[in-house]
Design a protein around this ligand. Structure first.
Ligand code: SF4
Ligand code: SF4
Length: 248
């Protein structure tokens, strides 16, 4: 498993002597750089199995570490620390502590699926990112992140009505994350819509967020989906050894 684009050496483990002379030769500063010894003895041998048991993580063992996912990744282009290949590497080795160090970045995946199309091994890296974010939450390493709140608002609406009303999803997301609806970008977006879209379309859009239209005969589908979600959640908790500890 080669590491090409990320060093496993932590910057805080690099040490230099400000003044050091060895056999009459001055090796002060970066000439005397050495790496402090570090023993890793807390491997989670079940880590890959745990991620594999979660929705999206099923094919992680296929990964051959080519790095195509990271190379294609939308978020990595902005933040080089966002590195799906590296996290898959850590999961496969069972390096839970290293993985948890990036807990505040992993959830930032925007589900664009560019990695999924780039992956030659059909690992579904986007699914692995989602599974890992969910795993971090279930294990108590992170609180619920905004992307999870958005996913919940989105899913709840689909489960309830069989339809998606973008305006309602946004309203619920802002309300649940304590943000004002008057975000400058949202105001600009609405202003643009008002200028460009026909009035009857905008009225329909506004009414939909209030009346919440439903797909006809959705009741049976909703019951089946809810049953499936409950089964998945129970299976996730069992795989992570969280049975009997109570849901968060
Ligand atoms: S789905 Fe997530 S991990 Fe994959 S390319 Fe998009 S942002 Fe990156
Ligand atoms: S593209 Fe696929 S095989 Fe390559 S590192 Fe990413 S997940 Fe692994």
């Amino acid at each position: 498993m080669p590491i090409h684009e990320k060093s496993l050496i932590r910057p805080e483990n690099l040490v230099e002597h400000e003044e050091l002379v060895i056999d009459g030769i001055d090796v002060s500063g970066h000439w005397s750089t050495f790496i402090e010894g570090r023993s890793v003895c807390d491997y989670n041998e079940n880590l890959q199995d745990e991620i594999e048991a979660m929705a999206g993580g099923e094919y992680i063992s296929r990964c051959w570490q080519c790095g195509s996912c990271t190379n294609a990744c939308t978020v990595n282009a902005i933040n080089p620390d966002f590195n799906p290949r590296y996290w898959i590497y850590l999961i496969r080795l069972g390096m839970e502590e290293e993985l948890v160090r990036d807990k505040d970045i992993i959830w930032q995946c925007v589900s664009c699926n560019k990695c999924t199309y780039a992956c030659p091994r059909e690992v579904n890296p986007e699914g692995v990112m989602k599974a890992t974010a969910h795993w971090l939450e279930l294990k108590g390493h992170t609180e619920k992140k905004p992307s999870m709140v958005f996913d919940e608002a989105f899913s709840e609406q689909v489960f309830e009505t069989g339809k998606i009303e973008d305006g309602l999803v946004l309203r619920q997301f802002f309300s649940r994350t304590g943000q004002k609806l008057t975000q400058p970008w949202l105001v600009a977006l609405v202003g643009g819509l008002i200028k460009r879209f026909p009035v009857f379309y905008l009225m329909r859009l506004g009414l939909s967020t209030v009346l919440r239209p439903r797909t006809s005969g959705w009741g049976r589908a909703r019951a089946a989906i809810n049953e499936y979600v409950e089964e998945r959640e129970a299976a996730n908790r069992k795989a992570l050894g969280l049975d009997g500890k109570g849901a968060e």
